[in-house]
Design a protein around this ligand. Structure first.
Ligand SMILES: N[C@@H](CCC(=O)N[C@@H](CS)C(=O)NCC(=O)O)C(=O)O
Length: 214
């Protein structure tokens, strides 16, 4: 049985839990981080010296970094569904996973979700928030063009790429921000929302994360 440490409101935990849900893997999840704390304890640091969630334990393997965990779960348990042995097809998913780490997530989740929603109103840096929002228009525009001729990021089947990039969409579409019309990204979000594992693990209310002036 898998053990996953991390609170349900963490985007990076959500990617792992969505994967676990898609693959119907037996697991237990232990609340950690945020209001649950526990990340500075000696026991937790022995699992992840960075003191961050998610952490996965599968038998004697302990793993951190959400994308590494998603890749591992797909490779070990998802052959023929979320994983393919075809290196050329897998490279497409890998490309979008790297892009999500280096480009989409720092801009949307870092620049907008953290800069705007998680920062108390009195401390918000509106120049930085607007810059991130403008960059989001470009980045989501790239996704919109890619999705114009396919149902999912790497083709016509859900892949690891949809999991890590698509996990950002619930917040993108529910935050009180201006968004350009993106018909193909909106259709992709609708497709993902209809998946029970997405609805359960990603469409999680996040009000407790709102930055509040004290
Ligand atoms: N690159 C890491 C980032 C992990 C990370 O920043 N986790 C956040 C939650 S999304 C965390 O542990 N925050 C501290 C907390 O929740 O208390 C990953 O993808 O797993």
């Amino acid at each position: 049985m898998l053990t996953i440490w991390g609170r349900t409101t963490s985007l990076n935990v959500q990617k792992v839990m969505w994967t676990v849900g898609e693959l119907s893997l037996p697991h237990q999840r232990i609340d950690a981080g945020g209001r649950f704390g526990g990340l500075a304890s000696t026991e937790f640091r022995a699992l992840n010296p960075n003191g961050l969630i998610p952490v996965l334990k599968d038998e004697d393997l302990v793993l951190w970094e959400s994308h590494a965990i998603v890749r591992y779960l797909c490779a070990r348990y998802g052959n023929g569904s979320l994983w393919t042995e075809d290196a050329r097809i897998r490279a497409e998913s890998d490309k979008w996973m790297e892009w999500t780490s280096t480009t989409l997530q720092p801009t949307f989740t870092g620049g907008v979700f953290w800069g705007f929603y998680r920062t108390p109103p009195a401390q918000r840096n509106w120049n930085a928030i607007h810059a991130a929002l403008n960059r989001c228009v470009e980045l989501f525009g790239i996704l919109d063009r890619v999705l114009s001729d396919r149902s999912f990021l790497a083709g016509d089947q859900l892949s690891m790429a949809d999991i890590v990039a698509g996990a950002q969409l619930y917040r993108y579409f529910t935050l009180d921000i201006e968004r350009p019309r993106l018909p193909h990204v909106e259709a992709w979000y609708q497709r993902l929302s209809q998946r029970p594992a997405y609805a359960t693990h990603v469409m999680v209310p996040y009000d407790e994360l709102r930055g509040r002036d004290t």
